[in-house]
Design a protein around this ligand. Structure first.
Ligand SMILES: Nc1ncnc2c1ncn2[C@@H]1O[C@H](COP(=O)(O)OP(=O)(O)OP(=O)(O)O)[C@@H](O)[C@H]1O
Length: 620
């Protein structure tokens, strides 16, 4: 059995063991390096407008918030002190600081709003670019290359990993930048009046904003990576097992599977608990450092304090400090701390960003097996004759096709027979360039397949693989995948010719109806014929069909055969079949065994003792 897209290998039946998709093996216990982020930082340059404005507004908001706290603190204490004497009350200017407080409050609110709007706009644009890049990297990979990924793993990479990177800008870079500025702003503000106190405040804030986040990153990054890997494995396993739910229930393995899922979930939960403990520790550490800083500033300030009556607030060398400034100093430190508080959590999450970046980088590093030339450099085939010369194909180290040579004139119909596993579907994969041969040459219209640009190659072949996938779109849209211009009448005629007329008549919305996910609302035989209809509707000059009559009763199979041969009149056809049905209607018959072409003849030139002849007799 062969499919263009193979499902991951099944579990061993003895115990449904974990069979993780190959992509998750890219995860390693090693702490990912910062350089994994380089492509994403480069991507940020594309959106520097929004991201830059966001950063600027974040700074304005911070300065306004710190200024507001400091000014209000000073204003309160200065007002209280001024109230102690009538002369001081009359001399005190209430209006300028009050206007300053109002102005700073307005600036803080407007800044915060603008910052949220711009940083989110920038981040969403960044994520859109990131997803586009990822899709562009995945798209040229053949289904055969993606088969190793597993659906759950790929979904995680496209969803959770990309989302993890949005925290890089909003939760790590911006808060870190804001924190540095907050320390500088608080230090400068305090330093204007009391340089020694500023030094103490800056040392305390640097320890809080530098040491604690660094510890959180250093100690927490491994947990973040383990959590991401564990959550992704759990999601991939859950998805895969749900797809095979029927088999697991039938063979009584579902409860066992539930236990395994619960074990995996417990592993993920324990990592989450460890992360929560680290967060609590980091929070305790930064609040303790804040307390020490405040105490240090307060103690030193009290030691340098001047009597209240002194109206000259600046402290010249050798002079004492004005007590009214104490509230300003302490609130400036508190205001700056507001910017530092989210850093430990953010830096703990940096590990998640880095491992997401590493996993996405590994997807993007996949080079497509098939490289197509640019349309301007591509060759143009003359006609549609196919020539296969000495073709050898391996899967891993196992040879599948060996020195196979075959020609198909334009418009010729070939039935390809052979026992299961002889390499028939692999040949179709090679013609579609989903699989690259290890040796040999294939030409189409005199041009090597690899010299054709992708659009020409795809327009040359209509392929119906063994598994038909129905997309979540109307039946009509599913059929138009191969023939966008086809009218509803043409679609209906094609379905009727394949014996699907009654089925269509039973659909309440006809062609406008929607299939269940993946086409489960159709029986196996109906789904197969739907796939055949899709391929036959395509105007491609060469039609490749993989066992189109498999699973059909004799009458339906004969009807499908007739429809195929009628639709392929004037077009080349390679039809893989196990059923010796209607073979006499083919111009050519070929037999593939163990990857080698054993027989290649026309129905009339077949020798009576050939394997093909005996197959033909079974047809009659
Ligand atoms: N992606 C793959 N990875 C590894 N081995 C593969 C892969 N695809 C096919 N094979 C192996 O290559 C051989 C040929 O497979 P292929 O599907 O081409 O045979 P087939 O003649 O089409 O079989 P069937 O008639 O059962 O569909 C088989 O032994 C199969 O196990």
């Amino acid at each position: 059995m062969s499919r263009a897209i193979r499902k991951p290998a099944p579990d061993t039946p003895a115990a449904v063991t974990a069979n993780e998709p190959a992509l998750s093996e890219a995860y390693s216990e090693q702490r990912p390096r910062l350089r994994e982020l380089t492509p994403y930082l480069a991507l940020m340059r594309e959106h520097r407008g929004w991201l830059g404005i966001g950063a600027l507004l974040a700074l304005i908001t911070l300065l306004a918030a710190t200024g507001l706290l400091a000014l209000s603190g000073w204003f309160l204490s200065a007002t209280a002190v001024a109230g102690l004497s009538v002369a001081a009350t009359q001399a005190f200017n209430f209006f300028t600081p009050a206007a300053g407080v109002r102005g700073l409050a307005l600036a803080r609110t407007a800044g915060r709003y603008g910052e949220r709007v711009t940083t989110h706009e920038g981040t969403l644009r960044l994520l859109a670019s990131l997803r586009r890049r990822l899709f562009e990297a995945i798209e040229p990979l053949s289904p055969a290359a993606l088969q190793h990924a597993g659906q759950g793993e790929l979904m995680t990479r496209l969803g959770a990993d990309v989302d993890a990177l949005d925290s890089l800008y909003v939760r790590v870079l911006i808060p870190s930048l804001v924190a540095v500025c907050a320390i500088l702003a608080a230090g400068t503000l305090i330093g204007i009046f009391a340089p020694t106190l500023a030094l103490v405040a800056v040392i305390g804030l640097v320890l809080t904003g530098g040491l604690v986040p660094w510890l959180a990153w250093w100690r927490g990054s491994r947990d973040a990576m383990r959590h991401q890997s564990s959550a992704s494995r759990l999601r991939a396993r859950l998805l895969e097992r749900l797809q095979g739910l029927g088999e697991l229930v039938i063979y009584g393995r579902w409860n066992e599977e539930l236990e395994r899922l619960a074990e995996q979930q417990a592993e993920r939960d324990s990592i989450e608990r460890a992360q929560a403990r680290r967060q609590a520790l980091a929070s305790w550490l930064s609040h303790s450092l804040l307390g020490l800083t405040l105490a240090g500033v307060a103690l030193l300030g009290v030691m340098q304090m001047a009597p209240y009556a002194n109206n000259d607030m600046t402290m010249h060398s050798g002079e004492l400090l004005d007590g009214r400034l104490m509230a300003l100093f302490l609130l400036a430190v508190l205001g700056a701390f507001e910017a530092l508080a989210p850093l430990p959590l953010a830096w703990q999450g940096l590990g998640r960003c880095l491992s997401a970046a590493a996993r996405l980088n590994s997807v993007q590093a996949n080079t497509p097996a098939a490289q197509f030339p640019n349309p301007s450099e591509a060759a143009t085939p003359v006609g549609h004759a196919l020539e296969i010369e000495q073709l050898s194909v391996t899967h891993g180290d196992t040879p599948v096709l060996e020195e196979l040579s075959l020609t198909l004139a334009a418009g010729e119909h070939l039935a390809l027979l052979g026992p299961s596993g002889s390499g028939k579907s692999t040949l179709l994969d090679v013609l579609s360039r989903f699989h690259i041969p290890s040796a040999g040459r294939i030409t189409l219209g005199g041009v090597a397949l690899e010299s054709l640009d992708e659009a020409t190659l795809r327009a040359s072949f209509a392929v119906c693989p063994q598994d038909t996938h129905l997309f979540c779109a109307s039946y009509a849209d599913n059929l138009r995948l191969a023939a966008p211009e086809a009218s509803d009448e043409a679609l209906t005629r094609m379905l009727e010719s394949l014996g699907l007329g009654d089925w269509l008549a039973r659909q309440p919305q006809g062609l406008a109806g929607f299939p269940d996910e993946g086409g489960r609302s159709l029986s196996g035989g109906q789904l197969r014929r739907f796939g055949v209809a899709r391929a036959l509707l395509s105007p491609a000059p060469i039609v490749l069909l993989d066992e189109p009559c498999e699973g059909l009763d004799r009458t339906s199979a004969e009807q499908v055969m007739s429809a195929i041969l009628a639709a392929c009149e004037g077009r080349s056809l390679i039809m893989i079949t196990h059923q010796p049905l209607g073979l006499e209607r083919f111009a050519r018959l070929a037999l593939l065994e163990a990857g080698r072409l054993q027989e290649d003849a026309t129905p009339t030139t077949l020798s009576r003792d050939s394997r093909l002849a005996s197959l033909m007799e079974r047809t009659a």
